[in-house]
Design a protein around this ligand. Structure first.
Ligand SMILES: *Cc1c(COP(=O)(O)O)cnc(C)c1O
Length: 397
């Protein structure tokens, strides 16, 4: 047999983390890495946050799981907090981002089906989006590399260019149920939508009775300096998927909706065995305890500005390597003039700095939200050393 016990779907690198200490990861061989990837925007509080660990330990010793057959004081508490903190009136808890997007897609379809608009099932989505790896969420993205081998796709998605309001307006038809969009594309290369685009989508939804879904799985939960990115655009969605950072490393997600948008999500329409179990709820509450307060959010914004300023100043030294810095808060991307993947590998293997490659020639800088000047200094030192030692002609692999 030549297949590996771990199904070989990932091109895993040589770093094999076995321990985390605040903003660092320690590999099996003892090497210490500065973690500006955060498990892809997940470990908001770093790797050894006592408040999060304590909450999970206490809950694990009290009650981990009971299923959704029973009343959930733990779920009610976290759902109420999310409702109080956001546009939403109601919350469905999931175990991942893709499941949160799945629930959002079902919510939009059910909204129309509920009142007999049986033709309205199609969502308009945007090129180079990433919504997850389930059949529905790969169908929601135009990226063919995720479709290969998995056809036929789920019907009912139309793709138009990101940030192209006229394009979006032009494809609205009798089957349109709504829009599904990342306010800031993550995998697509940290590309933020313009305010005019998101406001325009909101206006189209209001005009045509469509459902506006934001996928804030990557940009949500304080990453951009507000609890959710939509707050910075002055636009509220009808439905929103959130995950990644929401459990601080514990696997969980949620689909948030207004009462109106959730009108089709009645008893028996959806479910999950684990979703919203007491252990996940304890993790979610512990994360909100830390991030859902104005001082913490202001600190994310200020830290993000300092890091961005340093990055912008720095990239001017290497005009052949770097093009620009973009993003908001601590969701930053550096667009390169060369393939980012070999450079990310070089930073990792030769300078013990972890970042994440993305689309559009960009690498992502997604540190834990608790970094301070010491971590910014270390990051800039490692990045400078990596750029100085990088040869574009013979990139490290
Ligand atoms: C990561 C991501 C997802 C999928 O989340 P999983 O937890 O991997 O299922 C969906 N949407 C966006 C924007 C993401 O970044």
């Amino acid at each position: 047999m030549s297949i590996t016990p771990l199904m070989p779907v990932y091109p895993r690198c040589g770093v094999r983390p076995v321990r985390g200490e605040h903003c660092h990861l320690i590999s099996e061989d003892g090497t210490r890495y500065l973690d500006f990837a955060s498990g892809i925007a997940v470990n908001l509080l770093g790797h050894s946050n006592e408040h999060l660990i304590g909450a999970i330990q206490r809950q694990a010793a009290t009650l981990m799981h009971v299923s959704n057959l029973y009343g959930s004081p733990q779920g009610e508490r976290l759902a109420q907090r999310l409702v109080d903190l956001t546009f939403a009136d109601t919350v469905f808890f999931t175990n991942s981002g893709a499941e949160a997007v799945e629930c959002a897609i079902k919510t939009a379809r059910a909204y129309h089906q509920h009142v007999g608009n049986t033709d309205k099932y199609e969502l308009i989505t945007f090129r180079n989006a990433f919504h997850g790896r389930t059949m529905a969420t790969i169908s929601a993205s135009n990226q063919e590399k995720m479709h290969h081998g998995f056809l036929p796709l789920l019907q009912g998605f139309k793709y138009v260019d990101f940030d192209d309001l006229e394009g979006a307006r032009a494809v609205i038809g009798p089957n349109t149920a709504g829009f599904l969009v990342e306010p800031i594309q993550g995998e697509g290369g940290i590309r933020d939508a313009s305010e005019a685009f998101l406001k325009g989508l909101r206006a189209l939804c209001d005009e045509h009775d469509l459902v506006l879904i934001f996928d804030e799985v990557q940009c949500g939960v304080a990453r951009t300096g507000t609890l959710y990115a939509y707050e910075q655009y002055g636009v509220t969605p009808d439905v929103m998927a959130t995950a990644k950072g929401i459990g601080g490393g514990f696997p969980m997600g949620a689909c948030l909706a207004t009462e109106k948008a959730a009108r089709g999500m009645v008893i028996g329409t959806h479910g999950s065995t684990y979703g919203g179990n007491p252990l996940a709820m304890a993790a979610g509450e512990a994360v909100l305890d830390v991030v859902a307060n104005p001082e913490f959010l202001a600190q994310v914004t200020a830290t993000g500005e300092r890091l961005r300023g340093r990055l912008e100043q720095f990239i001017g030294n290497y005009p052949d390597l770097f093009e620009l810095v973009r993003g908001r808060g601590l969701m930053l991307g550096v667009k390169m003039k060369v393939e980012p993947r070999p450079f990310v590998a070089h930073m990792r293997d030769n300078h013990q700095l972890l970042a994440v490659a993305a689309g559009d020639m960009t690498f992502r800088v997604l540190p834990p939200l608790v970094i301070g000047d010491a971590e910014i200094d270390e990051f800039m030192d490692k990045l400078s050393a990596a750029a100085a030692s990088y040869s574009v002609e013979s990139p490290a692999t």
